[in-house]
Design a protein around this ligand. Structure first.
Ligand code: TXA
Ligand code: MG
Length: 366
């Protein structure tokens, strides 16, 4: 049985938090909101409870968890020495959507780190997450509260869609603000490397540590070892195949529409992920298309906050294919949005700048 309790997002009710914290301490699986996505929390120092969490999510035991704490002080017992970089980053960005990978201490169970000698730690900013951590008084390991390889949950209903009956409690505080998972920064490599882009952007990190680099996913080479086990090519994906259209916006939209009409001609129902400014060109009212606008491409925080809900909604509406336009990736949250869309596409990426001339010749240009 999965119990669902509503909780005030800004001022969580102490009685609700206290009861949830007691259940966490006892080893229960408790889903709670963070500012990024909903997490599935478990007492980080109870190996048996952590194993149950992996089973509930269907997550491979080789994919390590993030340990959540209230502050840098609480991280100290979990690491083998706090790097100077961690102090400076935490002073600027904690609590917030930044996860730091550091060398671990013996206190952290192998189940949490998947046997790695490093541990990922973050102090979330959401008032419910903070209240829960304070009341529990123990570190909380929490992956995103979705079934393995499904898009992360940004609403409590997404958690229930995936995990109802498999977990003990869901604290429902409404939608999460950021919408994509935290930035993961590996401080054990020199220079530090962003393993997963997020709302603490590269520009923000470089303001504190100018030499930070981004892990460059090389041309698909599955045999290469990944620095982070979670960096699977296919991840965060809808069940419906998604194709991503990159390149100059005009060309990408033209390409997307051509393929959308082609797919409909074959009898497929087509889901389209677009930007507000594409509206005039989108077949909003035509049958056979289901269009979801994520927001203006100039407003990436809104785009990020709606992305996973849109993918889940299209999955639920049982379209046969999803075609998504890319968003500007040069700066800010753009890198995170691009990363999640590319993973959702699992390699099905069309570069419209390269493809367009062929279609002009065939006379079927938009
Ligand atoms: O925003 C978030 O980070 C959310 C909320 C709930 O805090 N959590 C989240 O957890 O996204 P999860 O488990 O879905 O993603 C954790 C990522 C994975 O890519 C994992 O491989 C990586 O962090 N990770 C965890 N421990 C690591 C380590 N020791 N070294 C490298 N990567 C690690
Ligand atoms: Mg996840």
């Amino acid at each position: 049985m999965t119990e669902v309790i509503r909780v005030n997002a800004a001022q969580p009710e102490p009685a609700v938090i206290q009861a949830a914290a007691e259940r966490l301490r006892a080893g229960d699986l408790v889903a709670f909101p963070t500012e990024t996505v909903y997490g599935l929390g478990v007492h980080a120092l109870k190996p048996a409870a952590v194993r149950r969490l992996f089973a509930a999510k269907g997550r491979p035991a080789t994919d390590p968890l993030i340990v959540h704490v209230t502050s840098l002080d609480d991280a100290v017992p979990l690491v083998a020495g706090l790097p100077e970089e961690a102090r400076r980053l935490a002073a600027r960005f904690w609590p917030g959507p930044l996860t730091l990978v550091m060398h671990r201490s013996r206190d952290v169970p192998d189940e949490v780190t998947a046997g790695l000698e490093t541990v990922a730690i973050r102090a979330p900013a959401h008032p419910v997450a903070r209240a829960l951590l304070a009341a529990a008084g123990v570190p909380i390991a929490a992956p995103s509260a979705n079934l393995f390889s499904r898009p992360s949950p940004t609403h409590a209903s997404h958690v229930l869609d995936d995990l109802r009956g498999l977990i003990d409690l869901v604290l429902d505080a409404g939608p999460t603000a950021v919408g994509v998972e935290s930035t993961v920064l590996d401080l054990t490599s020199d220079p530090p490397v962003v393993l997963r882009p997020g709302a603490i952007t590269l520009e923000m990190l470089r303001d504190v540590l100018p030499h930070v680099r981004v892990f460059a996913r090389a041309t698909p080479a599955p045999e290469l070892p990944k620095p982070s086990p979670g960096m699977l090519e296919r991840h965060y994906s809808p069940r419906t195949p998604l194709t991503l259209y990159e390149g100059r916006a005009d060309a990408a939209i033209a390409c997307l529409l051509r393929d959308a009409r082609g797919a409909r001609a074959l009898g497929h129902t087509v889901g389209i992920v677009s930007a507000d400014e594409d509206r005039d060109r989108m077949p909003m009212q035509e049958s056979g298309f289901r269009v979801i606008e994520l927001g203006s491409s100039a407003d990436l925080p809104t785009v990020a906050s709606r992305l996973y809900a849109a993918l889940r909604e299209l999955d639920a509406s049982s379209v046969d294919v999803i075609l998504a336009r890319a968003f500007p990736a040069a700066e800010g949250l753009g890198l995170a949005v691009q990363d999640r869309l590319r993973r959702a596409a699992a390699g099905r990426i069309v570069n419209a700048d390269e493809r367009e001339p062929t279609h002009h010749r065939s006379g079927r240009g938009e």
